[in-house]
Design a binder for this molecule. Sequence first.
Ligand code: FEO
Length: 611
Amino acid sequence: MYNVKQITSDMYWVGASDRRLALFENVYPIPRGVSYNAYVLLDEKTVLLDTVDRSVSDLFFENLEHVLGGRKLDYLVVNHMEPDHCGTVEDVVRRHPEVKIVCNAKTVQMIKQFFSFDIDSRAVIVDEMDTLCTGRHTLAFVMAPMVHWPEAMVTYDATDKILYSADAFGTFGAINGNIFADEVNFETEYLDDARRYYTNIVGKYGNQVQALLRKAATIEIGMICPLHGPIWRKNIGWFIDKYIKWSTYTPEENAVMIAYGSIYGNTENVANIIASKLADKGIRNIKLYDVSMTHPSVIVAEAFRCSHLVFASATYNAGIFVTMETALHDIVAHNLQNRTIAIVENGTWAPNSGNLMRGLLGTLKNNTIINDTLTINSSLKEDQLAQVDELVNAIAATIKTEEPIVHDDKKVEPNAMFKLSYGLFVLTANDGKDNGCIINTVTQITDTPKRISIAVNKANHTHDQIMKTGLFNVSVLTNDATFDLFERFGFQSGRDNDKFEGFESVERSENGLYYVTKAANAFISGKVIQTIDFETHTVFIADVTEAKVLANAPSLTYAYYFDHVKPKPAALTEQKGWVCKICGYVHEAEELPEGYICPLCKHGVEDFEKL
Ligand code: FEO
C-alpha cells in the first residue's frame, strides 16, 4: 500500500524508510533506520527528483504511481547517482520509457557504469545554474561536487523556494510519520545521527560543503528537502549553522572526549582518572568512549563535536591497539582540524603507541597536541599522578569554560530582579494526563509570525510533558485570581496529583489542551519550534497556533500578586524558620541548607526570608 506525504500544493514525498538495514553503506550502524527520500512535482510536466535504494523499491513504485495518478512521467532529475538514491533508475526507465533524465555530464558517465539502458537518447544534460521550466515551476541546477560524490548537484525550485539538497542536510534515522523537522524534537532525536551522518559521509569534504553553503547563501530558501531524514521548513538557520561549524572543522562545543583502547582495564583506569580530575576542574559533559565497544563512526562524530580530545591506547604488537588504530585512521581520513589533543600510551615492556598516534594525528592540519606523551608502564602508579595532573591542567587551561556565576551581592543584588515586571500565567500541557503549573516567564518574541517564549523549571512535570509533546497553553491571569488557584497549580506536583480534580473553570482549545476560564483574560496556544537548555530551566520558543481574548480584566502582575493575592507570612503560619517569598512555604530550621530549593515552587534560597 502506498504511503506518501503531500509537502506543498503540488509536491509530494514518495520515499520510504528502512529499519531492517544493519549497516548503512555496509559500514555505519543505523539502529534508528534510515529514510530514502524522493519527491514528485506535479506541474504541467511531471518531475521525479531522485529515486530510492532498491531495498524499498516496491513501496517507492507504489508511491510514485499513486501520486502520478495515471499521468506519464516527463522528467527524472538525478541529483546524486549513489545507489542509495538512484538504485532504481533503470526500473523507472522500464516503467516510464518516455522519461527524460535530467543530470550533469558526470552523472551520465556513472549511469553508464551502473546500468545498461540507453541514457544518451534520454539525457537532458545540465550545468551550473541551467534551468528547466516545468510549467508553474522553474528548476535551477547547482553543482555540488563531492557533496558527497563528484557528480552531486542540488536542484532549486525558484518558484516555491525549495532546495532539493541531495545528501546535504540529511541524517540517519527513519521517518516516523513526522516528515518535517519541526514536527519532532530534532535536537534530542536526530542531531547525534545528523552529526554522525554528516561527519562520516561528507566530513572529509569540508571545503566543498562550504562552497555549496556559499551558493545557498545567495538564494532565498523556504524549505530544504534532503535525500535522507526530515524536511526543513522552519529554523533552517539553526541547521545551517551546524553545517557551517562541521564543514569548517570548528568545534561544535567546548567539550572533552576521552577515547581509550584498553586490554585489561589499566589504560581505562587512567582515562577514568583523567576524566575525574577534569571534572574536578569544573569541566562539564565529559564523554568517555571505549573504542572497542564504540563504533568508529561515533568516535569520528564526537571528535567533530568536541574541542578537546584525549586518546589513550595500549601498545599492541608494537603498534597502536587495534580498535584505537581503526578509530584514529577514520578521524585522519575525515580531515579533522582545529582540535586540542592529548596523548596517553601504555605498554608493559616497550610502550610505543604514543609515538605512533602522534605520527598519525600529526598528518592533520591545525591541531595542537598539548602534552609530551604520558607513558604508563602496565598500570598507573602514585608517583605518576603529578604527570596526570599536568595533562589535566594543560587541557583545563586551554578549554573555554563558562564563566563561573558571580554571587557577589555588591555587583548583583538579587532584589534588582524583582524590579522587572512580570505577569503570572497558568501553563497547561497534556501527555495523556492534563496538568499545569504557574509561570511568570511568557514573552512575545515576534509579531509576524506570532511567536512567544516561555521558560519552565525542569523540576516541573509540565516541563517534561511539553518536551514530549511540543504543545502548551498559556492562560493569562487577572487581578481576580485568588490564592487557591496558585495553591492548586503552583504548590503541588502534577506527578502525584490531578491538578484539575474538582476544577471546572476550564475549556479545551483546538490543540486539545485545557485553558483556564476563571480569572483569566486570554489564552495562547503554543507549538514548540525550538528549545534552549539553561540547566535548571528550558526555554521553549513556540509558534502561536491559537489565541483568544476571554475578558477585559487587567492582567495580574507579580507585584499585584505579592501585594494583594499572596497571604502575608504572619497569616500563613506561626512557625519559625524560613519562608519562601514566592509561595509561602515554610522550612522549619535555624539555617537554610546551601542550594536549598523550595519544594513547592522550586525557587532558590535567594527567595527565602527568615521568619
Ligand atoms: Fe545518500 Fe551519497 O548517498
